[in-house]
Write a protein that binds this ligand. Structure first.
Ligand SMILES: *[C@@H]1O[C@H](CO)[C@@H](O)[C@H](O)[C@H]1NC(C)=O
Length: 331
């Protein structure tokens, strides 16, 4: 282990080429044999489990924290979790929105719901949030990393500050929130982390270059974290969930931009996506595709160059995005 800051202060020292130990081939063979046995056992267990019906998890009385819970999908997720009997910490940079969500939930469900103000791209704000939630409520059981900015722009003319903000809010925030909240989950031997990713992390599309990159970052982060948790043995009680929602009607400005796409893109309601996400969570489904047209998205990956061009110039009317005279950014 080393500290990145210390390492950057030092002069670069090239590593010496390691000498291969002569017995390494034997070691490799032994490892390969052992791994084969483990794989056979895993297949056997998987087969046995096929015949067991697994009960959905009871998450009643758990404490869920939802980032970006003031509006849009986050708000729907808060309601849906409250419906399952969770207490909810509604976190948003828009405190008015968080307060509104929390008051409505508090009135409708017999659970405890509190609003919190936090800029989740700021590490100090996250530490403060954790202290406040633990003092006023308790340790978080279910962390829903939802906060994000749908950012559409012509990459070549996009604003550098907007790009930086999108990366911080969409990707950095999820990594920091997870890092800061996971320790308590491991201590308490229970944790569910749900990461809201995007269909655009699976299907790359024009005008969403930065956005796709931020969501692919989230996807890669959670997948790598799964490996880490598995190897450390924490996978028994920490479960990670990736949600890939299709486009939704949320913020007005975003809907206006999507309208420019001639209603070609499907648009789901945030309630529908929240429903898929929470149903997936209690069913223990690690990858949740909240869309009706997944086969079309997969097929789109195999389109030829000219077919892609045809779609983005005729159907999607990308001139709207590339002309530069319509709002070419949406934050
Ligand atoms: C779910 O868990 C809660 C609290 O742990 C308990 O009160 C409730 O009875 C459980 N519900 C079911 C259907 O098992």
């Amino acid at each position: 282990m080393y500290n990145i800051n210390e390492l950057m202060e030092r002069d670069y020292r090239p590593a010496v080429n390691p000498q291969k130990n002569s017995s390494y081939k034997l070691t490799l063979l032994v490892v390969a044999l052992k791994v084969s046995v483990v794989i056979i056992c895993d297949i056997f267990h998987w087969f046995i489990n096929l015949f067991k019906s697994s009960e959905p998890e009871n998450i009643s009385k758990k404490l869920a924290l939802v980032t970006g819970g003031g509006n849009g999908l986050g708000r729907s997720l808060c309601f849906r979790l409250a419906q399952e009997g969770c207490d909810v910490a509604v976190v948003d940079i828009d405190y008015k929105g968080a307060f509104q969500t929390a008051s409505e939930i508090q009135e409708k469900y017999k659970i405890i719901c509190k609003p919190y103000h936090c800029d989740v791209s700021d590490k100090n704000a996250i530490y403060k949030l954790k202290n406040d939630v633990e003092r006023e409520m308790r340790g978080v059981d279910i962390l829903v990393n939802n906060a994000g900015l749908l950012y559409t722009a012509n990459f070549l003319t996009s604003n550098v500050e907007d790009i930086e903000r999108a990366v911080k809010v969409n990707t950095l925030s999820q990594i920091l929130m997870t890092r800061i909240f996971i320790s308590g989950m491991i201590e308490r031997k229970y944790g569910r982390i749900m990461s809201i990713c995007s269909i655009t992390s699976i299907v790359e599309s024009p005008t969403m270059v930065t956005y796709s990159a931020t969501k692919k970052g989230v996807d890669g982060f959670i997948k790598a974290l799964k490996e880490d948790i598995l190897v450390s043995g924490n996978d028994e009680f920490i479960k990670l969930f990736l949600v890939y929602p299709d486009f939704m009607h949320t913020r007005e400005e975003i809907s206006n931009v999507l309208d420019a796409v001639k209603h070609f893109l499907p648009r789901l309601s945030p309630d529908r996506v929240a429903d898929d996400a929470v149903n997936g969570l209690i069913a223990g489904k690690e990858y949740i595709y909240a869309t009706d047209i997944m086969p079309i998205y997969y097929a789109a990956k195999f389109l030829t160059k000219n077919a892609k061009k045809h779609i983005s110039t005729s159907i999607l009317d990308s001139s709207i995005f590339f002309s530069g005279n319509i709002k070419n950014k949406t934050l």
